[in-house]
Design a protein around this ligand. Structure first.
Ligand code: PEP
Ligand code: MG
Length: 584
């Protein structure tokens, strides 16, 4: 029987495939006793499973290293460590001897105890290890039972990952496997899983609440990432309709990609810069493919995640230099690390926080761990010699914080001068405006910044007090709340009054329905996930700035979100992307 579940549209497009439940005990394990004479045979099975799993992980690691990058491949070292951990390897052997039970059963018992202990650990690093253990144990069980492996190994199958949430370690390895979509219980439009799905260009629906209870590994699924819908075991007729829609989407996106070389100039001759948001250095290739005019946001914290050690100054320097060089003749905005919030760094040993999004995050963490910050600043400044780099600080809440960050930057400039190391003396310093406190003091900040970039993902969550990754309050998380639009207007005006340019790198900039409005409000640059770039440019080429300004005025005079939506509805492009009718 066909079943439908509504969640939050996280990454557009339609995909059809087979469900694969991540982290669930997809292998059915039964318990049986063995004879004393069978113990050695059972121990051999255990050793064989360890060897096979090690080979499997090493092979994935090699593939990820070749196709994604060495840093991402390092994630799998943590998995290999689990296979050597005596708490697992030795303990299973001992319990096979003591309990005289089959290895699968013993393994599952010991692993669930270990996972519980790690999950409850005070130390964040240990807590993160719980998911490594889960994944490795699933692989071991698959190897022991021969179950489910067939599913992922079946080259014909397109896999749709179904999970509570997807961690960076899981999404990094997905690039290579046949993953064509994903569906998760938790999350919102701007949660990590959603951003990663868009970056991987695979349709995704998040915030489905309990999809992991409703779907089993092997179920046929349709994920409609544009409508936020997941259909389980669709009827033949529905399946055909979705196949046709999928084909149409593919053709449309091929057509759009052809527009990559065009510039975003409105019909009355005003030019807008459209840049790319990237997470990893290799994303620059994709940015170029879609016609990005530079990098508007390089989320550098991804260099710090999924690894045991911290990235060295040289490693960071190489990454920044690579991005800056490849982006030429355009510029690259490097955002200093935005760790904390939902992107933890276990190596720092920071204690757990009750409200991490209101805690030691981004620039606050950088200023608290100033040596870490200095290492990054050194790397950025050194790389600035090789391209057009601009630096940007995240989560600035007032001008004093900006001054502190700039003082550290100046200290590093002086140090490099003393050491006669070349850097760009004119590198611009920008501020991400993503807190209401920053938006309301944007006039003050603008006097001491070279540019602003509006981070609506955070600005919305902090303004309407709705966690960006909590699907239960996603209905409150609306970029069209009048408060958000007023703040944006205020930020743009404050910037322009001080003659600095103002861009937007939050997800709001990627919504083509809002392009005319934001253009009319005066934004100078949009920065989005690369695949959205052609669509944004296309919209700009179809509209007039003068009319967009009027639209912005009308919208800003509205009292409610509903009124704003109605106002915009009148100019939303039809399926073919025609705006002319209303916006001329
Ligand atoms: C934002 O907050 O809008 C933003 C672009 O930063 P991030 O999504 O990385 O928090
Ligand atoms: Mg942010």
């Amino acid at each position: 029987m066909e079943r439908r579940y509504q969640g939050i549209a996280a990454s557009p497009g339609i995909t059809i495939g087979t469900a694969y439940l991540v982290g669930s005990p997809e292998v059915q394990v039964c318990k049986y006793r063995i004879l004393e004479t069978e113990i050695n045979k059972e121990l051999d099975r255990w050793q064989a499973a360890i060897d096979a799993t090690r080979r499997e992980i090493e092979s994935i690691k090699r593939r990820v290293a070749q196709e994604v990058g060495f840093k991402e491949a390092e994630i799998f070292n943590a998995y290999l460590h689990v296979l050597e951990d005596p708490l697992l390897v030795k303990a299973v052997g001992e319990q096979i001897r003591r309990q005289r039970c089959n290895v699968e059963y013993i393994l599952q018992e010991i692993a669930s105890d270990l996972v519980r202990r790690f999950t409850e650990a005070k130390n964040e690093y240990l807590r993160e290890r719980a998911s490594d253990i889960n994944d490795v144990v699933s692989r071991l069980l698959r190897s022991l039972t021969g179950q489910s492996k067939r599913l992922l190994a079946g080259a014909e199958q397109d896999i749709i990952m179904v999970a509570k949430d997807l961690a960076p370690a899981q999404t990094a390895s997905m690039r290579r496997e046949r993953v064509v979509g994903f569906a998760t219980d938790i999350g919102g439009k701007t949660s990590h899983a959603a951003i990663m799905a868009r970056s991987l260009e695979i349709p995704a629906v998040v915030g489905l609440k309990n999809i992991t209870d409703m779907v089993e590994t092997g179920d046929a699924l349709i994920v409609d990432g544009s409508a936020g819908m997941v259909i389980v075991k669709a009827d033949a007729k529905v399946l055909t309709q979705y196949r046709q829609a999928q084909q149409k989407n593919l053709q449309a996106s091929r057509k759009l990609r052809k527009l990559k070389g065009i510039t975003a100039v409105s019909r009355d001759g005003y030019r807008l810069n459209v840049a790319a948001n990237i997470e990893l250095p290799e994303d620059v290739r994709k940015a170029r493919k879609y016609g990005a005019e530079g990098v508007g946001l390089f989320r550098t914290e991804f260099l710090y995640l999924n690894r045991r050690d911290l990235p060295s100054e040289d490693e960071q320097f190489e990454a920044y230099r690579q991005v800056a060089r490849q982006s030429l003749p355009y510029s690259t905005i490097i955002r200093t690390m935005d760790l904390g919030g939902d992107k933890f760094l276990s190596r720092l040993g920071t204690s757990a926080e009750t409200n991490p999004f209101l805690g030691l995050r981004a620039i606050r963490l950088s200023l608290a761990y100033v040596e870490l910050f200095k290492t990054q600043l050194r790397a950025i400044l050194r790389a600035s010699h090789f391209g057009k780099i601009k630096i940007m600080f995240p989560l600035i809440s007032d001008v004093e914080e900006l001054r502190q960050a700039k003082a550290v930057l100046n200290e590093i400039r002086q140090e490099l001068r003393r050491r006669r190391i070349a850097f760009d003396k004119h590198m611009e310093t920008g501020v991400m405006i993503e807190l209401p406190s920053a938006a309301l003091t944007a006039d003050v900040l603008a006097r001491e910044a070279d540019f602003f970039s509006i981070g609506t993902n955070d600005l919305i969550q902090y303004t309407v007090a709705a966690d960006r990754i909590n699907e239960k309050v996603a209905y409150l998380y609306n970029p069209l709340h009048p408060a958000i639009l007023r703040l944006i207007k205020r930020i743009i005006e404050a910037g322009h009054n001080e003659r600095i340019w103002v861009g937007m790198c939050g997800e709001m900039a990627a919504d083509p329905h809002l392009t005319a409005l934001l253009f009319g409000m005066g934004l100078d640059e949009f920065s989005t996930e690369p695949s959205f770039i052609p669509q944004i440019k296309k919209v700009i080429r179809e509209i007039f700035l003068a009319r967009s300004r009027e639209l912005a005025e009308e919208v800003l005079a509205c009292a409610t979100t509903k009124e704003i939506e109605n106002c915009l509805q009148a100019q939303i492009p039809d399926k073919e992307g025609n705006h002319e009718k209303e916006v001329n």
